[in-house]
Design a binder for this molecule. Structure first.
Ligand code: NAP
Length: 227
């Protein structure tokens, strides 16, 4: 699937890093923000870094939602549910939402090395409860460092994708593999995204202990070698 991709919350390090990498890969990217002017400013900066052929537009989140069939959510957990509720009326029927939200305890004043226990199981499962019927949800990009995305070198990590529907899993995997150095790995059902979120907390602790910013994961022993 190659569609226009809207990244909601793309003024932050994770979303803007994804936007940069996808724009460099030739994707038509919308940078979403709660504020249209901030979105346009971020889009211009990303476009400048991505090269003259880059297609990057900035829009307020609801306009971004209405303009794309492929949505990526990169906002702090504390704002995820409220934002999704606002966006629901603007989502196109049949669109796909890739949720990268991590329910870090830091999003409610706790430690970044811990996650919150959610009734639904994970932030992505919370998202799946909130989107309209017919909008499929995948969980991906939780374990990819924003710092690494912001750089120029190919990445050296896997993106584990969890989803209940094949179409959502395939779309998220194809998008992830547009990023040089990334291999998508099928992580099974959406309920497994709770493990992805906990791995992020673990990686943040590893970053702290090793004084680095870009720790990631690779799964070994698979038939498909990493790129
Ligand atoms: N940083 C990483 O390395 C990384 C890696 C994997 C996953 N993640 C996850 O990806 C998400 C984004 O990470 P980040 O570091 O980019 O976060 P961030 O900088 O804290 O937030 C990203 C953007 O979300 C918007 N936002 C902030 N508070 C909001 C609210 N209450 N409601 C709606 N929008 C809000 C802001 O954009 P506007 O003000 O322009 O609307 C902000 O620029 C988080 O859930 C994080 O756990 C991050």
């Amino acid at each position: 699937m190659s569609a226009r991709v809207a990244i909601l919350g793309a003024t932050g390090p994770a979303g803007s890093g994804l936007a940069l990498r996808l724009a460099r890969a030739g994707e038509d990217v919308i940078v979403g923000s709660r504020d249209a002017a901030r979105a346009r400013q971020a889009a211009a900066s990303i476009a400048q870094r991505a090269g003259s052929a880059a297609r990057v537009t900035g829009m307020e989140n609801s306009a971004a939602c209405a303009a794309a069939d492929l949505l990526v959510l990169t906002v702090p957990f504390a704002g995820q549910a409220a934002l999704l509720k606002e966006l629901v009326p603007h989502m196109r029927p049949g669109s796909l939402l890739i949720d990268a939200t991590v329910a870090l305890a830091a999003s409610v004043g706790g430690k970044p090395t811990r996650t919150l226990d959610l009734w639904q199981g994970s932030a992505a499962q919370q998202a799946a409860e909130l989107v309209p019927a017919g909008v499929q949800v995948a969980a991906a990009f939780h374990n990819i460092s924003a710092d690494a995305l912001q750089g120029d070198s190919p990445l050296d990590c896997d993106v584990i994708v969890c989803a209940d529907e094949k179409r959502a899993r395939q779309a998220a995997s194809q998008l992830a593999e547009k990023i040089p150095g990334v291999r998508a790995v099928d992580g099974g059902r959406l309920e497994n995204s709770r493990i992805l979120e906990q791995i992020t907390a673990l990686l943040i602790g590893i970053n702290i202990r090793y004084k680095v910013h870009g720790a990631g994961i690779r799964i070994t022993g698979l038939p498909l070698p990493p790129p």
